[in-house]
Ligand binder design. Structure first.
Ligand code: FA5
Length: 346
């Protein structure tokens, strides 16, 4: 046994000395101390030895084990030192490397909206902001839509849980349209008024190719003496041609909104089916871009404006719907999907 121990020691010390890499040293370590390692198997044979022999072999075994472990550790240190030296002398020449940079850009809807704001600034419109979380009063009641009015079904929304707030259930909601700004701005400013609101709205909506639950709207409110449907017609053309190009085909059709009289829907010809009807336009051939009309006399009164002196027009348009036509995007949900393959095209 003593011979066997010193033979293993000599043999492995030599191997350790010749090792060039950490991998080789790991293999040597396993060969000695692994599950079937030569040195680790030895104690199993100690049972066969006499007590006298065991007294001699025990310390010999321990010192061989210690020597080999230390030799491996020492050699590991040397090999590491060599690799560090090599690394320290290595030089990486990056002078010729071209960095691959990805250039981002504004979201297509943001670009379209910036264009809209610039267009209407030229006509003297200023931007106005109204709260996203608003009261029923401004979103519905002051716009001639009292509790229980069937028109509320058109703007189904999400109500805020009044827990810990000093409001009754159903009083606070996520605004369904930018029209919640109408009476607010009338109370704040005296006519003539030329204001625009461009911002986010929310609806409890059955989402599909042209309906989102979170959508942007662009609203204008123009109040002055003698404002008429002719102004609405002119501004609609100015708006749609300015953003979608001279060739855009738009139509104005009668539509009911409780806060305007008369009311109109403004549609753009569906570019996907050229008016034949498809899944994007819901088979209609036209895509509704805006709701509009002459501001109802009662709404003017609610805002402290005398309808016998002043009249006004308003519209609320969907920038995402316009972006669908402008960029040829068939599904409104693509805009907020975060799908770079689609967004990078624009
Ligand atoms: C309104 O929201 C009215 N406040 C518009 C208005 C303003 C009428 C001023 C009269 C005077 P409507 O629900 O139809 O109306 O929405 C207006 C436009 O917003 C639609 O024409 C469409 O372009 C866009 N829109 C409406 N619902 C969605 C939706 N779920 N997803 C994307 N766009 C929508």
């Amino acid at each position: 046994m003593e011979e066997k121990i010193s033979q293993i020691q000599t043999e492995y010390l030599e191997q350790i000395q010749q090792a060039q890499s950490l991998k080789e040293l790991d293999e040597i370590f396993l060969g000695l101390f692994g599950k079937k390692g030569q040195l680790d198997l030895l104690p199993k044979e100690f049972g066969k030895l006499s007590i006298e022999e065991r007294k001699k072999v025990g310390p010999l075994f321990n010192s061989a084990k210690q020597n080999l472990e230390q030799a491996i550790e020492r050699k590991r240190g040397e090999v590491r030192g060599e690799s560090y030296k090599k690394l320290a002398n290595e030089k990486l020449d990056l002078s010729d490397t071209k960095l691959i940079t990805r250039k981002g850009h504004l979201h297509p809807v943001t670009r379209l909206e910036n264009g809209v704001v610039t267009l209407f600034k030229k006509l003297g419109f200023t931007q106005y902001g109204a709260p996203h979380i608003d009261s029923e009063e401004y979103n519905f009641e002051l716009l001639n839509i009292p509790q229980g009015h069937p028109a509320r079904d058109l703007w189904d929304t999400l109500y805020i849980d009044p827990h810990n707030l000093k409001v009754s259930p159903g009083e606070l909601l996520l605004r369904t349209h930018t029209s919640n700004a109408q009476v607010r701005l009338m109370k704040e400013f005296k006519p003539p008024i030329r204001m625009m609101i461009i911002d986010r709205c929310f609806r409890y909506e059955n989402v599909d190719a042209r309906h989102e639950h979170t959508l942007d709207q662009f609203e204008i409110v123009y109040i002055d003496k003698g404002v008429s449907m002719a102004n609405l017609q002119y501004l609609s053309e100015y708006f749609f041609q300015g953003i979608l190009g001279k060739d855009i085909k738009a139509r104005l059709r009668p539509k009911y909104y409780p806060f305007v009289e008369p009311g109109a829907g403004v549609d753009g010809l569906c570019i996907f089916c050229k008016g034949k009807g498809c899944k994007v336009c819901g088979g209609i051939g036209w895509l509704e871009l805006a709701g509009a009309g002459m501001i109802h006399p009662q709404v003017l009164r609610n805002g402290g404006i005398d309808p016998n002196v002043y009249s006004g027009i308003a519209w609320g348009a969907g920038p995402e719907r316009m972006a669908m036509l402008k960029f040829g995007i068939e599904n409104i949900r693509s805009f907020k999907s975060g799908d770079l393959k689609i967004l990078e095209k624009f």
